[in-house]
Design a protein around this ligand. Structure first.
Ligand SMILES: C[S@@+](CC[C@H](N)C(=O)[O-])C[C@H]1O[C@@H](n2cnc3c(N)ncnc32)[C@H](O)[C@@H]1O
Length: 394
């Protein structure tokens, strides 16, 4: 298997920068294991009782919990540290990309591309994608300072790479890209694995990845389905430019296009798979049904759409709903909480998918490194991890 992180477009740190990134990752793991769990203790022992004494009832929803918790000094301290860790991470990534830019710009000049890049300078980029720096990434997805800029794409690649490393693993810091770690960090592999298990025998000829950013997941489809024509679309030109160079550096054939997933240029019934990975938590509640309707329109009969994204929080109690909503308020992810509380099943039915074809599962890692997929309904009231949801068109 090729190693999607080990490619010539990856911005490489100096030893000092690497040390700083390792420190940030270690601090993040320490906070997650030893400090953030104190939030629940503070809620049950201090903030909850104080609220009840004043109002004669418990906080009613996640918003009331947040307003009450935000006043507590422990909560203020951990939120401030968590936000600072995120900012430190991007600061370091920014420095790495800055000194790597000359090399990356040279590398991004693809001489004989296998795939293609099509940008639309007239595309109206949705405001929800540009109004803030999503997940605190400085400049967001779009910053362009020089011609054919790839800076924002390189930021995402290095940032996402590093973000994926400290996912609960003692070996997280040693930079050895094992197959298992790569798969855990790249949602495309998980989605492919699930589609293959759930719909064995499907041989896609055309695959569309929506909100592909730098094609981190898209190249997984090109690798796993070498006979298929693979397309990745996104609204952000710098991400697509970088993604094109990255896919070519990996030797994968992907067609990147700058398009809004709410109104695609592709013909009706022209794809066998339409997928996305982390798109919906970054689109507005208004855009989500439009995108799912487009998925239905461009799918061939018998085609499958599957999307992996942040958890759906069905049945969560109000405190947990507040706790899992942190990114909405402090990490530049304004639609994070909205998606948690969306009804994927209802959205898919409204888009045209028959109820019997709809799937909604949690991918859960087994100790032996394999992944099993459990229906979301088996875990109402618990946060397990990302959710895969979608349906099939007949
Ligand atoms: C979290 S990133 C996706 C990561 C990527 N799929 C991966 O697996 O690495 C979300 C992406 O969705 C894109 N996006 C948001 N709204 C979009 C829309 N309406 N049409 C196309 N792309 C969109 C953003 O520009 C961003 O690149």
């Amino acid at each position: 298997m090729k190693q999607p992180y080990a490619h010539p477009m990856m911005p490489l740190p100096t030893m000092d920068e690497l040390a700083r990134q390792n420190f940030i990752a270690a601090l993040k793991m320490h906070m997650e294991d030893n400090v953030y769990p104190g939030d629940r203790l503070v809620a049950t022992k201090r903030v909850g009782p104080k609220f009840e004494a004043k109002h004669g009832r418990a906080p009613r929803d996640r918003h009331e919990w947040r307003h009450a918790m935000e006043r507590d000094p422990f909560v203020q301290a951990w939120c401030s540290i968590a936000r600072t860790i995120q900012e430190m991470n991007w600061d370091t990534v920014g420095e790495i990309v800055m000194h790597e830019m000359p090399r990356l710009l040279e590398q991004s000049e693809v001489k004989r591309p296998r795939g293609s890049l099509w940008l639309d300078p007239n595309l109206e980029v949705p405001r929800y994608n540009t109004a803030i720096d999503i997940h605190c990434m400085p400049g967001g997805y779009h910053s362009e300072i020089i011609a054919d800029d790839i800076f924002a794409g390189a930021m995402f690649d290095r940032g996402a790479y590093y973000y994926g490393l400290p996912i609960r693993g003692s070996s997280a810091l040693n930079y050895v890209d094992t197959r298992e770690r790569i798969q855990r960090a790249i949602p495309g592999y998980t989605t492919i694995d699930y589609i293959r298990q759930e719909f064995p025998g499907l041989r896609p000829r055309r695959i569309l990845d929506l909100g592909c950013t730098i094609g981190g997941s898209t190249v997984a489809y090109a690798e796993r389905f070498p006979d298929a024509e693979v397309y990745g679309v996104d609204v952000a030109a710098p991400q697509l430019r970088y993604g094109h160079a990255r896919a070519e550096a990996l030797g994968e054939k992907v067609h990147f296009r700058q398009e809004n997933a709410e109104s695609l240029s592709f013909a009706d019934e022209s794809f066998d798979f339409v997928v996305s990975h982390g798109l919906f938590h970054e689109t507005s509640a208004k855009a989500t049904p439009r995108i799912l309707a487009e998925c239905y329109r461009v799918l061939k009969k018998g085609g499958v759409t599957m999307h992996i994204d942040t958890q759906f929080a069905r049945g969560l109690d109000d405190y947990d709903a507040y706790y899992w909503d942190w990114d909405t308020h402090y990490n530049g992810e304004p639609f994070w909480g909205t998606l948690h509380h969306a009804d994927a099943r209802a959205l898919l039915i409204d888009a045209g998918f028959a109820r019997s074809t709809i799937r909604e599962v949690w991918p859960i890692g087994n100790p032996d490194g394999t992944v099993r997929y459990e229906p979301v309904t088996d875990h109402d009231g618990k946060i397990i991890g990302s959710t895969i949801f979608g349906g099939r068109k007949f």
